[in-house]
Design a protein around this ligand. Structure first.
Ligand code: C5P
Length: 425
Protein backbone atom coordinates (compact mmCIF):
# COMPACT_ATOMS: atom_id res chain seq x y z
CA UNK A 1 0.00 0.00 0.00
CA UNK A 2 1.32 3.37 -0.85
CA UNK A 3 2.26 5.54 2.06
CA UNK A 4 1.67 9.26 1.78
CA UNK A 5 3.88 10.14 4.71
CA UNK A 6 7.17 11.79 3.80
CA UNK A 7 9.62 11.07 1.02
CA UNK A 8 10.03 7.42 0.24
CA UNK A 9 13.46 5.75 0.52
CA UNK A 10 12.90 4.38 -2.98
CA UNK A 11 12.49 7.74 -4.72
CA UNK A 12 14.77 8.09 -7.74
CA UNK A 13 15.55 4.40 -8.02
CA UNK A 14 15.29 2.76 -11.40
CA UNK A 15 13.76 -0.55 -12.20
CA UNK A 16 13.87 -2.46 -15.43
CA UNK A 17 10.50 -4.02 -16.12
CA UNK A 18 10.56 -6.94 -18.51
CA UNK A 19 7.07 -7.57 -19.81
CA UNK A 20 6.43 -11.15 -20.89
CA UNK A 21 3.84 -12.43 -23.31
CA UNK A 22 0.73 -13.29 -21.33
CA UNK A 23 -2.76 -11.91 -20.97
CA UNK A 24 -1.68 -10.33 -17.67
CA UNK A 25 0.65 -8.03 -19.63
CA UNK A 26 -2.11 -5.42 -19.59
CA UNK A 27 -1.76 -5.18 -15.80
CA UNK A 28 1.78 -3.90 -16.35
CA UNK A 29 0.40 -0.61 -17.60
CA UNK A 30 -1.20 -0.10 -14.22
CA UNK A 31 1.98 -1.32 -12.53
CA UNK A 32 4.06 1.30 -14.37
CA UNK A 33 1.58 3.96 -13.30
CA UNK A 34 1.80 2.79 -9.66
CA UNK A 35 5.59 2.92 -9.82
CA UNK A 36 5.51 6.42 -11.23
CA UNK A 37 3.27 7.45 -8.34
CA UNK A 38 6.04 6.17 -6.08
CA UNK A 39 8.65 8.13 -8.06
CA UNK A 40 10.33 4.93 -9.21
CA UNK A 41 11.74 5.30 -12.71
CA UNK A 42 10.67 2.42 -14.91
CA UNK A 43 12.49 1.36 -18.05
CA UNK A 44 10.62 -1.21 -20.05
CA UNK A 45 11.73 -4.15 -22.17
CA UNK A 46 9.05 -6.13 -23.96
CA UNK A 47 9.38 -9.61 -25.41
CA UNK A 48 8.03 -10.28 -28.89
CA UNK A 49 5.13 -12.22 -27.36
CA UNK A 50 4.33 -9.34 -24.99
CA UNK A 51 3.84 -7.08 -27.98
CA UNK A 52 0.95 -9.26 -29.09
CA UNK A 53 -0.91 -8.29 -25.91
CA UNK A 54 0.03 -4.64 -25.41
CA UNK A 55 1.96 -2.24 -27.60
CA UNK A 56 5.35 -0.66 -26.83
CA UNK A 57 3.61 2.63 -27.59
CA UNK A 58 1.20 2.35 -24.66
CA UNK A 59 3.90 1.13 -22.23
CA UNK A 60 6.17 3.94 -23.45
CA UNK A 61 3.46 6.56 -23.03
CA UNK A 62 2.88 5.59 -19.41
CA UNK A 63 6.53 5.07 -18.45
CA UNK A 64 7.62 8.24 -20.25
CA UNK A 65 10.55 6.37 -21.82
CA UNK A 66 11.16 4.58 -25.09
CA UNK A 67 10.38 0.90 -24.73
CA UNK A 68 13.10 -1.50 -25.82
CA UNK A 69 12.23 -4.63 -27.69
CA UNK A 70 15.03 -5.88 -29.87
CA UNK A 71 18.44 -7.34 -29.02
CA UNK A 72 19.66 -6.82 -32.56
CA UNK A 73 18.23 -3.40 -33.25
CA UNK A 74 21.25 -1.18 -33.86
CA UNK A 75 19.44 1.94 -32.74
CA UNK A 76 18.54 0.38 -29.41
CA UNK A 77 22.01 -1.12 -28.97
CA UNK A 78 23.74 2.14 -29.78
CA UNK A 79 21.50 3.93 -27.36
CA UNK A 80 21.96 1.47 -24.53
CA UNK A 81 23.36 -2.04 -24.78
CA UNK A 82 21.86 -4.96 -22.94
CA UNK A 83 24.78 -5.12 -20.53
CA UNK A 84 24.38 -1.50 -19.52
CA UNK A 85 20.62 -1.88 -19.44
CA UNK A 86 20.93 -4.73 -16.98
CA UNK A 87 23.48 -2.98 -14.79
CA UNK A 88 21.88 0.46 -14.59
CA UNK A 89 18.71 -0.78 -12.95
CA UNK A 90 18.45 -1.17 -9.18
CA UNK A 91 16.09 -4.07 -9.64
CA UNK A 92 14.83 -6.14 -12.56
CA UNK A 93 11.19 -7.16 -12.53
CA UNK A 94 9.70 -9.74 -14.86
CA UNK A 95 5.92 -9.45 -15.17
CA UNK A 96 4.13 -11.43 -16.30
CA UNK A 97 6.72 -14.17 -15.99
CA UNK A 98 5.28 -16.78 -18.34
CA UNK A 99 6.09 -20.49 -18.11
CA UNK A 100 8.26 -20.08 -21.20
CA UNK A 101 10.19 -17.10 -19.85
CA UNK A 102 10.73 -18.87 -16.53
CA UNK A 103 12.02 -21.94 -18.40
CA UNK A 104 14.40 -19.76 -20.42
CA UNK A 105 15.66 -18.05 -17.27
CA UNK A 106 16.19 -21.39 -15.54
CA UNK A 107 18.08 -22.66 -18.60
CA UNK A 108 20.18 -19.52 -18.99
CA UNK A 109 18.94 -18.72 -22.49
CA UNK A 110 19.78 -15.37 -24.05
CA UNK A 111 18.18 -15.33 -27.47
CA UNK A 112 16.32 -12.04 -27.15
CA UNK A 113 16.77 -8.75 -25.35
CA UNK A 114 14.75 -9.79 -22.27
CA UNK A 115 16.65 -13.02 -21.65
CA UNK A 116 20.03 -11.47 -22.55
CA UNK A 117 19.45 -8.74 -19.97
CA UNK A 118 18.45 -11.33 -17.37
CA UNK A 119 21.55 -13.39 -18.01
CA UNK A 120 23.84 -10.36 -17.97
CA UNK A 121 22.57 -8.77 -14.80
CA UNK A 122 24.16 -8.69 -11.38
CA UNK A 123 21.15 -6.98 -9.83
CA UNK A 124 18.26 -8.46 -7.79
CA UNK A 125 15.48 -9.95 -9.88
CA UNK A 126 11.81 -10.26 -8.97
CA UNK A 127 9.43 -12.31 -11.08
CA UNK A 128 5.63 -12.23 -11.06
CA UNK A 129 4.54 -15.52 -12.62
CA UNK A 130 1.25 -15.73 -14.50
CA UNK A 131 -0.01 -18.74 -16.35
CA UNK A 132 -2.70 -21.35 -16.51
CA UNK A 133 -2.88 -23.30 -13.20
CA UNK A 134 -1.99 -26.58 -14.97
CA UNK A 135 1.13 -24.99 -16.40
CA UNK A 136 2.07 -23.58 -12.99
CA UNK A 137 1.60 -26.96 -11.34
CA UNK A 138 3.40 -28.89 -14.09
CA UNK A 139 6.55 -30.64 -12.81
CA UNK A 140 8.66 -28.81 -15.41
CA UNK A 141 7.54 -25.41 -14.10
CA UNK A 142 7.95 -26.57 -10.49
CA UNK A 143 11.53 -27.58 -11.32
CA UNK A 144 12.28 -24.31 -13.11
CA UNK A 145 10.82 -22.18 -10.31
CA UNK A 146 12.83 -24.12 -7.72
CA UNK A 147 15.98 -23.44 -9.74
CA UNK A 148 15.25 -19.73 -9.91
CA UNK A 149 14.59 -19.65 -6.16
CA UNK A 150 17.88 -21.45 -5.56
CA UNK A 151 19.53 -18.77 -7.72
CA UNK A 152 18.19 -16.13 -5.32
CA UNK A 153 15.45 -14.78 -7.57
CA UNK A 154 12.48 -13.38 -5.68
CA UNK A 155 8.99 -14.45 -6.65
CA UNK A 156 5.67 -12.73 -6.06
CA UNK A 157 2.49 -14.72 -6.52
CA UNK A 158 0.92 -16.19 -8.45
CA UNK A 159 -2.40 -15.69 -6.72
CA UNK A 160 -5.22 -18.19 -6.75
CA UNK A 161 -8.48 -17.37 -8.39
CA UNK A 162 -10.32 -17.37 -11.64
CA UNK A 163 -8.28 -17.23 -14.80
CA UNK A 164 -8.88 -15.28 -17.97
CA UNK A 165 -9.95 -18.55 -19.62
CA UNK A 166 -13.55 -19.37 -18.81
CA UNK A 167 -14.03 -22.02 -16.19
CA UNK A 168 -10.36 -22.18 -15.21
CA UNK A 169 -9.41 -21.49 -11.61
CA UNK A 170 -6.46 -22.15 -9.33
CA UNK A 171 -2.98 -20.74 -8.75
CA UNK A 172 -1.75 -18.80 -11.77
CA UNK A 173 -3.12 -15.27 -11.67
CA UNK A 174 -0.43 -12.65 -11.70
CA UNK A 175 -0.12 -10.74 -8.44
CA UNK A 176 -2.02 -7.45 -8.52
CA UNK A 177 -0.09 -4.33 -9.57
CA UNK A 178 -0.40 -2.87 -6.08
CA UNK A 179 1.07 -6.00 -4.55
CA UNK A 180 3.94 -5.99 -7.02
CA UNK A 181 4.56 -2.28 -6.45
CA UNK A 182 4.65 -2.87 -2.69
CA UNK A 183 7.15 -5.70 -3.14
CA UNK A 184 9.30 -3.57 -5.43
CA UNK A 185 9.29 -0.83 -2.82
CA UNK A 186 10.29 -3.31 -0.12
CA UNK A 187 13.09 -4.75 -2.25
CA UNK A 188 14.41 -1.33 -3.24
CA UNK A 189 14.30 -0.15 0.35
CA UNK A 190 16.18 -3.27 1.55
CA UNK A 191 18.59 -4.15 -1.27
CA UNK A 192 20.64 -6.46 0.92
CA UNK A 193 17.65 -8.39 2.18
CA UNK A 194 17.56 -12.07 1.30
CA UNK A 195 14.94 -12.40 -1.48
CA UNK A 196 13.29 -15.16 0.47
CA UNK A 197 12.59 -12.67 3.25
CA UNK A 198 10.47 -10.57 0.92
CA UNK A 199 8.71 -13.51 -0.71
CA UNK A 200 5.01 -13.25 0.09
CA UNK A 201 3.89 -16.81 0.47
CA UNK A 202 6.70 -19.29 0.76
CA UNK A 203 5.55 -22.37 2.60
CA UNK A 204 6.76 -22.14 6.15
CA UNK A 205 7.02 -18.37 6.22
CA UNK A 206 4.76 -18.37 9.30
CA UNK A 207 6.48 -21.27 11.00
CA UNK A 208 7.14 -20.59 14.65
CA UNK A 209 4.31 -18.03 14.72
CA UNK A 210 0.99 -18.34 16.47
CA UNK A 211 -2.01 -17.00 14.60
CA UNK A 212 -5.35 -16.66 16.37
CA UNK A 213 -8.54 -16.43 14.33
CA UNK A 214 -12.16 -15.96 15.40
CA UNK A 215 -14.89 -17.03 13.02
CA UNK A 216 -18.60 -17.58 12.64
CA UNK A 217 -21.57 -16.09 14.43
CA UNK A 218 -22.31 -16.34 18.10
CA UNK A 219 -25.55 -17.70 19.48
CA UNK A 220 -26.94 -15.72 22.38
CA UNK A 221 -29.58 -17.72 24.23
CA UNK A 222 -33.08 -16.40 24.87
CA UNK A 223 -34.05 -19.58 26.60
CA UNK A 224 -32.72 -23.16 26.36
CA UNK A 225 -34.15 -23.62 22.84
CA UNK A 226 -34.06 -20.16 21.26
CA UNK A 227 -31.23 -17.83 20.48
CA UNK A 228 -30.22 -14.60 18.72
CA UNK A 229 -27.84 -15.16 15.79
CA UNK A 230 -26.75 -13.73 12.46
CA UNK A 231 -26.09 -14.98 8.94
CA UNK A 232 -22.34 -15.47 9.24
CA UNK A 233 -21.22 -18.78 7.70
CA UNK A 234 -17.72 -18.67 9.18
CA UNK A 235 -16.21 -19.37 5.75
CA UNK A 236 -13.92 -16.37 5.60
CA UNK A 237 -12.43 -17.00 9.06
CA UNK A 238 -12.04 -20.74 8.40
CA UNK A 239 -10.27 -19.97 5.11
CA UNK A 240 -7.91 -17.58 6.93
CA UNK A 241 -7.11 -20.20 9.55
CA UNK A 242 -6.46 -22.78 6.81
CA UNK A 243 -4.24 -20.39 4.84
CA UNK A 244 -2.19 -19.52 7.94
CA UNK A 245 -1.71 -23.22 8.71
CA UNK A 246 -0.63 -23.76 5.09
CA UNK A 247 2.17 -21.27 5.67
CA UNK A 248 3.32 -23.20 8.69
CA UNK A 249 1.74 -21.18 11.51
CA UNK A 250 0.39 -22.73 14.66
CA UNK A 251 -3.24 -21.70 14.37
CA UNK A 252 -5.99 -21.48 16.96
CA UNK A 253 -9.44 -20.97 15.51
CA UNK A 254 -12.09 -19.92 17.99
CA UNK A 255 -15.30 -20.66 16.20
CA UNK A 256 -18.94 -19.89 16.83
CA UNK A 257 -21.53 -22.45 15.74
CA UNK A 258 -21.02 -23.18 12.02
CA UNK A 259 -21.42 -26.15 9.74
CA UNK A 260 -17.83 -26.31 8.53
CA UNK A 261 -15.23 -29.01 8.98
CA UNK A 262 -12.11 -28.24 11.00
CA UNK A 263 -9.37 -26.96 8.65
CA UNK A 264 -6.36 -29.25 8.41
CA UNK A 265 -3.66 -28.63 10.99
CA UNK A 266 -5.71 -26.07 12.94
CA UNK A 267 -6.69 -26.25 16.61
CA UNK A 268 -10.40 -25.47 16.70
CA UNK A 269 -12.12 -24.30 19.88
CA UNK A 270 -15.88 -24.30 19.49
CA UNK A 271 -17.99 -21.84 21.45
CA UNK A 272 -21.57 -20.60 21.41
CA UNK A 273 -21.69 -17.14 22.93
CA UNK A 274 -19.62 -13.96 22.79
CA UNK A 275 -18.65 -14.39 26.45
CA UNK A 276 -17.38 -17.90 25.71
CA UNK A 277 -15.53 -16.63 22.66
CA UNK A 278 -13.73 -13.98 24.71
CA UNK A 279 -12.79 -16.57 27.33
CA UNK A 280 -11.43 -18.93 24.64
CA UNK A 281 -9.46 -16.10 23.03
CA UNK A 282 -7.98 -15.21 26.40
CA UNK A 283 -6.85 -18.78 26.92
CA UNK A 284 -5.36 -18.94 23.40
CA UNK A 285 -3.28 -15.76 23.78
CA UNK A 286 -0.48 -14.80 23.34
CA UNK A 287 -0.37 -14.77 19.54
CA UNK A 288 1.80 -13.06 16.92
CA UNK A 289 -1.22 -12.10 14.86
CA UNK A 290 -4.92 -12.17 15.63
CA UNK A 291 -7.63 -11.97 13.01
CA UNK A 292 -11.12 -11.28 14.29
CA UNK A 293 -13.39 -12.49 11.53
CA UNK A 294 -16.25 -13.59 13.77
CA UNK A 295 -19.58 -11.85 13.50
CA UNK A 296 -20.02 -11.57 17.24
CA UNK A 297 -23.50 -10.68 18.40
CA UNK A 298 -23.41 -7.15 19.73
CA UNK A 299 -26.03 -7.87 22.35
CA UNK A 300 -27.19 -10.73 24.48
CA UNK A 301 -30.40 -11.23 26.39
CA UNK A 302 -29.98 -9.76 29.84
CA UNK A 303 -31.78 -12.49 31.68
CA UNK A 304 -31.96 -15.57 29.47
CA UNK A 305 -34.65 -17.90 30.76
CA UNK A 306 -33.52 -21.18 32.22
CA UNK A 307 -36.72 -22.90 31.07
CA UNK A 308 -38.38 -22.66 27.67
CA UNK A 309 -40.57 -19.55 27.56
CA UNK A 310 -44.18 -20.65 27.03
CA UNK A 311 -46.49 -19.01 24.55
CA UNK A 312 -49.54 -17.26 25.93
CA UNK A 313 -48.28 -16.83 29.48
CA UNK A 314 -48.41 -13.14 30.23
CA UNK A 315 -48.67 -12.08 26.54
CA UNK A 316 -45.74 -11.54 24.18
CA UNK A 317 -42.45 -11.60 26.07
CA UNK A 318 -40.17 -8.65 25.66
CA UNK A 319 -36.41 -9.09 25.56
CA UNK A 320 -34.10 -6.85 27.42
CA UNK A 321 -30.66 -6.74 25.77
CA UNK A 322 -27.26 -5.88 27.17
CA UNK A 323 -24.06 -5.28 25.29
CA UNK A 324 -21.61 -8.11 24.73
CA UNK A 325 -17.90 -7.66 25.38
CA UNK A 326 -16.11 -6.43 22.27
CA UNK A 327 -13.47 -9.12 21.84
CA UNK A 328 -11.45 -7.31 19.19
CA UNK A 329 -11.37 -4.07 21.16
CA UNK A 330 -10.51 -5.85 24.39
CA UNK A 331 -7.53 -7.63 22.84
CA UNK A 332 -6.33 -4.66 20.76
CA UNK A 333 -6.30 -2.39 23.78
CA UNK A 334 -4.74 -4.82 26.23
CA UNK A 335 -1.16 -3.61 25.97
CA UNK A 336 0.51 -6.36 27.97
CA UNK A 337 -0.62 -9.20 25.72
CA UNK A 338 -1.47 -7.46 22.45
CA UNK A 339 -0.50 -9.48 19.35
CA UNK A 340 1.99 -7.66 17.08
CA UNK A 341 -0.72 -7.48 14.44
CA UNK A 342 -4.43 -7.17 15.20
CA UNK A 343 -6.81 -7.40 12.26
CA UNK A 344 -10.52 -6.70 12.51
CA UNK A 345 -13.33 -7.06 10.03
CA UNK A 346 -16.01 -4.53 9.26
CA UNK A 347 -19.11 -5.91 7.64
CA UNK A 348 -21.12 -2.91 6.50
CA UNK A 349 -24.24 -2.39 4.46
CA UNK A 350 -23.55 1.22 3.47
CA UNK A 351 -20.71 3.82 3.47
CA UNK A 352 -18.31 0.90 3.88
CA UNK A 353 -14.99 2.77 3.86
CA UNK A 354 -16.13 5.58 6.09
CA UNK A 355 -17.43 3.21 8.74
CA UNK A 356 -14.43 0.94 8.42
CA UNK A 357 -11.92 3.77 8.91
CA UNK A 358 -13.78 4.90 12.00
CA UNK A 359 -13.88 1.32 13.25
CA UNK A 360 -10.11 0.89 12.87
CA UNK A 361 -9.64 3.81 15.23
CA UNK A 362 -12.37 3.01 17.71
CA UNK A 363 -11.33 -0.64 18.04
CA UNK A 364 -7.62 0.13 18.21
CA UNK A 365 -6.67 -2.52 15.65
CA UNK A 366 -3.94 -2.29 12.99
CA UNK A 367 -5.87 -3.31 9.92
CA UNK A 368 -9.54 -3.52 9.10
CA UNK A 369 -10.80 -5.76 6.34
CA UNK A 370 -14.02 -4.14 5.23
CA UNK A 371 -16.73 -5.58 3.07
CA UNK A 372 -20.18 -4.70 1.88
CA UNK A 373 -22.63 -7.24 3.22
CA UNK A 374 -25.83 -5.57 2.03
CA UNK A 375 -28.25 -8.32 0.97
CA UNK A 376 -27.79 -7.66 -2.77
CA UNK A 377 -24.06 -8.53 -2.55
CA UNK A 378 -24.83 -12.04 -1.30
CA UNK A 379 -21.55 -11.99 0.63
CA UNK A 380 -22.95 -12.84 4.05
CA UNK A 381 -23.07 -16.63 3.94
CA UNK A 382 -21.76 -16.74 0.34
CA UNK A 383 -18.46 -18.04 -1.02
CA UNK A 384 -17.07 -14.85 -2.58
CA UNK A 385 -15.98 -11.56 -1.08
CA UNK A 386 -15.01 -8.06 -2.18
CA UNK A 387 -12.85 -6.44 0.46
CA UNK A 388 -10.95 -3.26 1.21
CA UNK A 389 -7.94 -3.48 3.50
CA UNK A 390 -7.53 -0.38 5.63
CA UNK A 391 -4.25 0.29 7.41
CA UNK A 392 -2.72 3.38 8.99
CA UNK A 393 -1.43 4.29 5.55
CA UNK A 394 -4.45 3.99 3.36
CA UNK A 395 -6.94 1.74 1.68
CA UNK A 396 -6.30 -1.07 -0.73
CA UNK A 397 -9.34 -2.35 -2.60
CA UNK A 398 -9.12 -5.91 -3.80
CA UNK A 399 -11.20 -7.24 -6.67
CA UNK A 400 -14.02 -9.70 -6.02
CA UNK A 401 -12.49 -13.06 -5.18
CA UNK A 402 -13.34 -16.40 -3.67
CA UNK A 403 -13.13 -16.24 0.13
CA UNK A 404 -10.25 -18.73 -0.08
CA UNK A 405 -8.32 -16.33 -2.32
CA UNK A 406 -9.01 -13.39 0.01
CA UNK A 407 -7.71 -15.53 2.86
CA UNK A 408 -4.52 -16.51 1.03
CA UNK A 409 -3.80 -12.94 0.08
CA UNK A 410 -4.50 -11.61 3.54
CA UNK A 411 -2.37 -14.27 5.19
CA UNK A 412 0.46 -13.56 2.73
CA UNK A 413 0.27 -9.93 3.85
CA UNK A 414 0.30 -10.96 7.47
CA UNK A 415 3.37 -13.14 6.86
CA UNK A 416 5.10 -10.29 5.06
CA UNK A 417 4.26 -7.91 7.87
CA UNK A 418 5.52 -10.23 10.57
CA UNK A 419 8.70 -11.08 8.64
CA UNK A 420 9.53 -7.56 7.51
CA UNK A 421 8.11 -5.92 10.62
CA UNK A 422 6.61 -3.16 8.50
CA UNK A 423 3.43 -1.29 9.30
CA UNK A 424 2.78 -0.70 5.64
CA UNK A 425 2.55 -3.61 3.31
O1 C5P B 1 -18.52 -3.45 15.79
P1 C5P B 1 -18.53 -4.49 14.73
O2 C5P B 1 -19.26 -5.76 15.11
O3 C5P B 1 -18.95 -4.01 13.39
O4 C5P B 1 -16.97 -4.86 14.55
C1 C5P B 1 -16.56 -5.88 13.75
C2 C5P B 1 -15.23 -6.37 14.20
O5 C5P B 1 -15.17 -6.46 15.62
C3 C5P B 1 -14.97 -7.78 13.72
O6 C5P B 1 -13.58 -7.93 13.59
C4 C5P B 1 -15.52 -8.62 14.86
O7 C5P B 1 -14.95 -9.91 14.87
C5 C5P B 1 -15.13 -7.80 16.06
N1 C5P B 1 -16.06 -7.91 17.20
C6 C5P B 1 -15.65 -8.56 18.34
N2 C5P B 1 -16.48 -8.62 19.42
C7 C5P B 1 -17.68 -8.03 19.37
C8 C5P B 1 -18.12 -7.36 18.24
C9 C5P B 1 -17.26 -7.32 17.15
O8 C5P B 1 -14.54 -9.12 18.36
N3 C5P B 1 -18.48 -8.11 20.42
Amino acid sequence: MHSNSGPSPVTDKTILLIIGGGIAAYKCLDLIRRLRERKIRTRVVMTAAAQRFITPLSAGAISGERVLTDLFNLDDEREIGHIRLSREADLIVVAPATADLIAKMAGGHADDLATAVLLATDKPVLIAPAMNPRMWLHPATRRNVAMLQADGIAIIGPNSGEMAERGEAGPGRMAEPLEIAARIEAMLANPTLDPAATAPTPRGSLSGRHVLVTAGPTHEPIDPVRYIANRSSGRQGYAIAAAAAQLGARVTLVSGPVELADPAGVKVVRVQTAAEMLAAVDIALPADAAVFAAAVADWRVADAATEKIKKGKGGTPSLSLIENPDILKTVARRAEIRPALVVGFAAETERVLEHARAKRKSKGCDWIVANDVSPQTGIMGGTRNTVHVITADGVESWPEMAKDAVAEKLVARIAEHLVLGQADV
